[in-house]
Structures are given as C-alpha cells and as structure tokens.
Write a protein that binds this ligand. Structure first.
Ligand SMILES: Nc1nc2c(ncn2[C@@H]2O[C@H](COP(=O)(O)OP(=O)(O)OP(=O)(O)O)[C@@H](O)[C@H]2O)c(=O)[nH]1
Length: 388
C-alpha cells in the first residue's frame, strides 16, 4: 500500500477523534448529555479505532502494537461512556449490550475488508458519515438555534466532521485510480502517532469530561443545598457559611454588623384558615417584600418556617432600627391577595448588634429575645436588643 493524499488522510485520522472528543465535552457543557449523543460519540470513536486497526493490519510491523492500543482505546471509550451515563443518572448500560452496539457497525467493516481496500474505505466512510449524521440528529437543536457558545461550537464541529466524510466519499467516487484506493492509509510513523492518540485521547477526554460533569454536579448540589425551595432565598446553612467572612469584611470597612430576626405574626391561623398553599404564597410574597427593601447583596435567609434573618452593615444602630421599620412597613402596609380575600400580614422583628468577638449564635439569641418582646408587646413592631 502507498501513502497517498497525505493531507487528506491526516484530516481523517487526526480530525475525527478530536471531533468526537470535543463532541463529548460539548455534550456535557450544553446539558444534552444523553444516551443518544453519548452512544453516537462512542460509536464514532470505535469506528475510527476500527479503521485504524484495519490500516495498521496491512503493515506487519505495526500490527500488534496498533491493535492493542486501538482496542484499549475502544474499551476506554466504553468505560467512560458507561461511567458518564451513571453520572447523569441514566440507568447504567450493561457492558455486553454496549459492546454489541459498538461492535456491530465495526463488524460491518469485515466483509468490506475482505472485498478489497476500496470497498473497505467506501464502507468505512459511509459508516462514519452515518455516525456523524446520527450525532447531528441528536444535537439538532444546537445546529438550528444554538443557545450559547458551547452549542455554537458543537454546530461548527459537527459540520466540519460530517463535511470530512462527505468530502472523503466524493473524492473516492470521483477518483477511481489506484492512488485513491487507500484513502485511509497513513504512513507508519504517523500511524504510530495516531495509535498513541487513540489510546490517550479517551483517557484525556475522560478526565476532562469527569471533571466537568463533577463540577456541574457539585455546583448543582451546592445550589440546592444553599437555596430555599419555597422562597428562593438562601438557606440557614448558606448564611452560616457566609456570616464569618461577611462580618470580617464589614468590620474592616469600619461599619457595624447587625442581625435582624423577623417572624410572621399569627402565621398558624393563616395556614389553618386559608390552607397550607396560601400560607406558602404568603411566605413567598413576604420574602419578596423584605428583599425589596434591602440593598442587592445583603444576606437574607429563610431561617426557619416563618422566620427570616438579615445580616446588615450599618453606620449606627439607629440606621438598623430604621431598616427594621422599613421592612416591617413593607409587609404590613398592603394586604396580600389570596384568591378573593385580602390577607393582612404583619411581622415582628428583633434587632441586635453583632460586634467583633461575639458568636453569630449569641447575636441571633439576642435578636430572638428582642423579637420575643416585640411579640409580647403586641406584634407588628421592631425591638432593639440590649447591648451584646
Ligand atoms: N405554609 C407553610 N407553613 C409553614 C411553613 N413552615 C412553617 N409553617 C407553619 O408556620 C406556623 C408557625 O406557627 P407558630 O410558631 O405557632 O407561630 P404563629 O402562629 O406565627 O404565631 P406568633 O409567631 O406567635 O405570632 C406553623 O403552623 C407551621 O406549620 C411553610 O413552609 N409553609
């Protein structure tokens, strides 16, 4: 066999696996990491691996190393594919089934191989084109209307990828001469390079994909743990995590940290009279109104059932009292619509300074004591705690 049309072989040998690798990465990035996209990428890898093996077979010196490396690459791809499916929560594919899925199209190459290099190359190109069209189908949304850069990148890569195979077919059909019979053939030194590429690439991509998928899962879990489902405010946990560094920063800027604890008055009767769902609506509306009185970035958490906690930096405690009054008024001034009826909702608020060297738990306990006296003295009011 001769090496012919080197740049072309180079494109097929070099671009194909990278395109498949990028596809896998983009699939993770763009949230359409699903069975269809993944299995077609895995198939793309396997097919290219099979093409490489067939190529290497013609060179006795390269035969066994290439065979071993390419098989390792195929197995590596299958393992990564399976792990990824588990990561995204899909039922794990059974290995024999996956092996069959990937092996069948590769086996289709066998009869073509025995029929001669030209029919082999032709079959190979048709299969690869089918795979690239298959991938295009699974990610068609990215092609038609990409929503972000990752999706736009997928569209470009796919077009190049499919274009490579279309061109390969065109070139094969147009040139019947012997020099175009072995479009897959690559010189042994390059072949060895590709073989290493095949063996390393799935590993490399696997590590990248795992990291990306892990980072995304981690981010999602953190967001779930730190966001209150009902109100969208931060949870107690999230506020506790931020509180220490927040206090350091406020003190450094020469301002005073204060804690405001708010509790919706007579909330139980709202639930009992209007139902739990209406109660939920009221909690959401209260949290919106509270947030509306605060500067963006002020830590506001849902502290418990109908309790909210605010960390605020002020120049003086008078400012904190004024802010508490604003929050109280924002809730009390207009009734909340609940179906046909209007619900008047009020809050009681306890405010406490949170000076340096005092635990947040202590400051919250002081605010809670102030809140308790606000409740005792008739509710719908804010009370300042004694010195912390
Ligand atoms: N709808 C709804 N109700 C909740 C939620 N979390 C806690 N609650 C209810 O909030 C009510 C709190 O009632 P209490 O602690 O007795 O206080 P209250 O009726 O507000 O009276 P005071 O605080 O003394 O003014 C309880 O009935 C809880 O079931 C929630 O997420 N949604």
């Amino acid at each position: 066999m001769h090496a012919v049309d080197m740049p072309f072989s180079y494109v097929i040998g070099g671009f194909g696996p990278w395109a498949a690798a990028l596809m896998m990465l983009a699939a993770v990035q763009s949230e359409y990491l699903h069975r269809g996209a993944l299995s077609r990428c895995a198939l793309g890898f396997a097919l290219l691996g099979a093409g490489l093996v067939a190529n290497g077979w013609s060179d006795p010196a390269a035969r066994w190393p290439i065979l071993t490396l390419a098989l390792a690459a195929v197995v590596g791809t299958a393992v990564i594919y399976r792990a990824l499916r588990q990561l995204v929560g899909a039922r794990p594919t059974r290995m024999p089934r996956l092996a069959l899925e990937v092996a069948l199209p590769c086996l289709a190459l066998l009869p073509a191989w025995t029929a001669g290099p030209r029919s082999f190359a032709l079959t190979f190109h048709v299969l690869c084109l089918a795979v690239s069209l298959g991938i295009a189908w699974t990610v068609r949304r990215a092609l038609v209307a990409p929503r972000n850069t990752a999706e736009a990148a997928v569209a470009v890569i796919l077009l190049l990828y499919a274009g490579t195979w279309v061109y390969a077919l065109y070139a094969m059909l147009r040139h019947d001469g012997p020099e175009h019979r072995h479009l897959l053939y690559v010189e042994p030194p390059f072949l060895a390079g590709y073989a290493v590429l095949y063996a390393l690439l799935p590993l490399l991509v696997g590590v990248l994909v795992f990291n990306l998928a892990n980072a995304r899962l981690h981010h999602r879990l953190r967001r779930h743990a730190n966001t209150d489902d009902l109100t969208g405010l931060m949870t107690r946990r999230a506020l506790l995590e931020q509180a220490g560094p927040w206090q350091d920063d406020v003190l450094e800027r020469g301002r005073q940290p204060v804690v405001l604890l708010l509790d919706v008055d007579h909330f139980k009767p709202i639930n009992d009279t209007h139902g739990h769902e209406r109660g939920d609506e009221v909690l959401r509306a209260v949290s919106d109104r509270l947030a509306g009185t605060l500067r963006a970035g002020t830590p506001l958490a849902r502290w418990g059932g109908e309790e909210f906690l605010v960390l605020m930096d002020v120049a003086s405690l008078d400012q904190a009292a004024a802010a508490a009054e604003r929050m109280r008024a924002a809730v009390a001034e207009r009734p909340f619509a609940s179906g046909e009826s209007r619900l008047k909702v009020t809050t009681s608020i306890g405010v406490s300074a949170w000076p340096a060297g005092v635990d947040l738990a202590q400051a919250v306990a002081n605010a809670d004591a102030a809140l308790y006296s606000a409740k005792r003295e008739g509710r719908d009011q804010a009370r300042m705690a004694g010195p912390a």
